[in-house]
Ligand binder design. Structure first.
Ligand code: ATP
Ligand code: SF4
Ligand code: MG
Length: 343
C-alpha cells in the first residue's frame, strides 16, 4: 500500500481570503540637515479586494508618505522606512529588490495623484502614454496598443476618444485629465489602487463625477482602493472603512457609517465638526484649535494633547495605545468611551 497518491484532506470550508494589503507597524523617517522628521510612526491598516479604505487627516499627518512607502516610491534620501511590513497578497514588499518591486507596481498596484498635469508626460500624446502601458507590460504592437488606448479612454468616458487619442495632456480639461490618469492606473487591471487626493484640484461637480467613475471601475474590477483625502464629505458615499491619521499615527479606525454617527476620538470629532453643513448656513465654522505638531518634536504622551479639548494630565504623560472600541473599531484615546458617548 502506498500513501503517495492519497488526496490531501481539505478543510470543509475554505479559509476566508486574507487581506490584499496588510500594512503592519510601518515607520518612516526623513533624515534632514536640521533633524529627523518622524513622518510615519507605527501605521497598521489593511484592505481587502473590492474594499475602499479612506485615509483622512490634516496636512502633514503622513497619509501620502505611507502610500509612497507602500508603492515603493518614497523620496530616498531623505526618506527611509525604518520598520514594519507591507504585506501584499501575503508577500512583504519591503524585502523585495528594486526590480521585483517595479514589477509589482506596474502590474498589481497603481497610484492616482492629485495633479494629473505633472503626473502625465506633457510632450507625449495621451494615446501614446496609455498605449505604452500595453507595449511595455503586455508586449503588444504599437497598433494594438493604440486600439486599447482608445478603448480605455472610452471606458473612462472621454468624449470623442477616437479623435482625441493623439491630443496632449494640456489640451484636456482638469476633469478629463484626471480621467486619463484613472485610465492609466486601470490599464493593467491592478489589484490595488491608491488614489491620493484624486479630486482635490477639481471643482465640486466634476469631483463628484470623477469619484463616481473611480468607484464604478473599482467595483467592476473588484480592486482594493485606498482613498486619501482631506474631505470627509467625499468619503461617506464611497468608503467602507476610515482610518484617521494624526502625526504619523492612526488615531481612529472604524466602518464609515459608525464614525459619522459617533466618533471615538476627539480629533475625529473635530474633523467632523469642521465640515460645512447646509443646515448651518451662515454660522461660523468650527475649526480645531492650533496646528499639527512639528514632526521633529512630536509632543509627549498623546500627540494631540496640546489641541485637545478633553486633555487631562495622563494625556501629557502616557501615549494612548489603539484601544478596541468594538469589532472593527479602534481609538487611540484614553477617553474614547466618554468621547463615543458624547452628544
Ligand atoms: N520629500 C520629503 N522630504 C522631507 N520631508 C518630507 C518629504 N515628504 C514628506 N515629508 C515629511 O513628512 C510629513 C508628512 O507628509 P505627507 O506628505 O505624508 O503628509 P500628508 O498627510 O499627505 O499631507 P497633505 O494632506 O498635505 O498631502 C511632512 O509634513 C514632512 O515633514
Ligand atoms: S488621549 Fe487625551 S489628549 Fe489624546 S485625544 Fe484622548 S483625551 Fe485628547
Ligand atoms: Mg498628501
Amino acid at each position: 500500500m502506498t500513501l503517495v497518491n492519497e488526496p490531501i484532506p481539505q478543510p470543509a470550508t475554505p479559509a476566508p481570503a486574507g487581506p490584499l494589503l496588510d500594512v503592519r507597524d510601518l515607520h518612516v523617517e526623513f533624515r534632514m540637515r536640521d533633524g529627523v522628521a518622524h513622518a510615519v510612526n507605527g501605521v497598521s491598516y489593511s484592505v481587502r479586494a473590492g474594499e475602499t479604505l479612506a485615509v483622512l487627516g490634516e496636512s502633514g499627518s503622513g497619509k501620502s508618505v505611507t502610500a509612497q512607502a507602500i508603492m515603493g516610491i518614497l523620496d530616498s534620501p531623505p526618506g527611509y522606512v525604518t520598520g514594519g511590513q507591507v504585506l501584499f497578497q501575503g508577500r512583504d514588499l519591503l524585502t523585495l529588490g528594486r526590480e521585483e518591486r517595479r514589477k509589482v507596481r506596474g502590474a498589481h498596484m497603481a497610484m492616482i495623484f492629485q495633479d494629473a498635469l505633472s503626473a502625465l508626460n506633457p510632450v507625449v500624446s495621451v494615446g501614446a502614454q496609455l498605449g505604452e502601458m500595453y507595449e511595455v507590460h503586455r508586449g503588444m504592437s504599437r497598433r494594438s496598443a493604440r486600439k486599447k488606448a482608445v478603448e480605455l479612454m472610452e471606458r473612462v468616458r472621454i468624449p470623442a476618444a477616437r479623435t482625441r487619442v493623439g491630443d496632449y495632456p494640456h489640451q484636456f480639461s482638469g476633469g478629463m485629465r484626471q480621467r486619463i490618469m484613472i485610465a492609466m492606473a486601470m490599464a493593467l487591471e491592478p489589484d490595488l489602487i491608491i488614489a491620493d487626493e484624486p479630486t482635490t484640484a477639481l471643482d465640486v461637480t466634476v469631483q463628484a463625477q470623477v469619484m463616481e467613475l473611480l468607484a464604478e471601475l473599482q467595483h467592476e474590477l473588484n480592486m482594493g482602493l485606498i482613498l486619501i483625502t482631506h474631505d470627509l464629505g467625499v468619503v461617506a458615499d464611497v468608503a467602507d472603512t476610515i482610518a484617521v491619521m494624526y502625526a504619523g499615527r492612526i488615531v481612529e479606525t472604524a466602518p464609515v457609517h459608525e464614525i459619522y454617527r459617533a466618533p471615538a476620538h476627539p480629533y475625529t470629532r473635530g474633523l467632523l465638526d469642521s465640515i460645512p453643513r447646509v443646515d448651518q448656513k451662515g454660522q461660523e465654522l468650527y475649526a480645531i484649535k492650533g496646528l499639527p505638531p512639528n514632526l521633529m518634536h512630536i509632543p509627549s504622551g498623546c500627540p494631540f494633547h496640546p489641541r485637545c479639548p478633553r486633555a487631562r494630565d495622563i494625556c501629557r504623560k502616557d501615549h494612548p495605545p489603539l484601544y478596541d472600541v468594538a469589532p472593527g473599531r479602534a481609538s487611540a484615546c484614553h477617553f474614547w468611551e466618554e468621547t463615543l458617548n458624547d452628544e
